[in-house]
Design a protein around this ligand. Structure first.
Ligand SMILES: [Fe+2]
Length: 261
């Protein structure tokens, strides 16, 4: 049995046009720096998981561009959708080659499960009953394998703003803790890095490959247009997380900041 090395990339917010910038950041360039750093890792990773908000606009052109960029990892890449993504376009224009969009994967002595938390037209996340049922069925199919769960909206309570929430996070966390096989949960959407130990598993939220967000407001004063009145973007701060999944279910993790934190 070997240790599996997983890389989590999240919140890429790629745009369709070469050279275009989002809040002054060329998100293709920062992703390129992240991929360069991943290619230098030793040991070499076994798998990349991209936890949503891959395209800023959910367009065919952006997913086609991303497909070419992610091919340069030379690793299998599993993706899931965030609130900025279009699920149909992801299947149409992104999946193929080294890129997969599935609900489950078994690799060596671990199982990986990918949960959809996207709600059409909303920034916040929610795991609907159909998705919960599929997750429970997947969990029941893997016997005693340790499990790493991935979703876009982190269940960690980073921010009080409505748009930053996984709305059923408390129920989801209780459900996760009722399955002792689940050892870790990785999410994004927060554009920040944190980890929290729960009774049976560790939750991780990870840096965006585009830029971090400072969630330093006491209250959500006005959701929507008011988002940038209550949050601050921190450009020149792009990163990713490496998770080493050890035999027996232990997880160790390290953050990388190729652009500075
Ligand atoms: Fe998001």
């Amino acid at each position: 049995m070997k240790t599996l090395r997983i890389v989590q990339i999240t919140d890429i917010h790629l745009q369709a046009e070469i050279g275009s910038k989002l809040f002054g950041v060329d998100t293709a360039a920062t992703l390129g720096e992240v991929i360069d750093a991943i290619r230098k890792l030793s040991p070499v990773p076994d798998l990349v998981i991209v936890t949503g908000d891959l395209a800023d606009d959910g367009s065919k052109a952006t997913y086609s561009r991303l497909r070419e960029i992610l091919a340069t990892t030379n690793l299998p890449v599993y993706v899931l959708a965030g609130n900025h993504d279009d699920i149909d376009e992801m299947h149409e224009s992104l999946v193929g080659g080294n890129i997969y969009f599935e609900s489950m994967l078994r690799l060596d002595e671990w199982a990986f499960m990918f949960v959809n938390s996207r709600v059409e037209g909303e920034s916040f996340g929610w795991i609907d009953p159909h998705e919960q049922l599929q997750l429970v069925n997947n969990l029941n199919s893997v016997d005693d394998l340790p499990v790493l769960l991935s979703l876009h909206h982190s269940p960690m309570a980073i921010c009080s703003s409505a748009g930053c929430q996984l709305k059923n996070a408390p129920d989801f966390t209780r459900m996760v803790d009722s399955f002792p096989g689940i050892k870790g949960v990785i999410g994004g959407h927060t554009h920040t890095a944190a980890e929290k130990k729960n009774s049976g598993h560790i939750q991780f939220t990870s840096p965006s490959s585009f830029a971090q967000i400072l969630h330093d407001q006491p209250q959500d004063i006005n959701e929507g247009e008011g988002f940038w009145g209550t949050h601050r973007l921190k450009p020149a701060s792009h990163g990713f997380r490496v998770l080493d999944l050890h035999p027996g279910g232990q997880i160790s993790s390290e953050l990388y900041w190729p652009g500075g934190d």
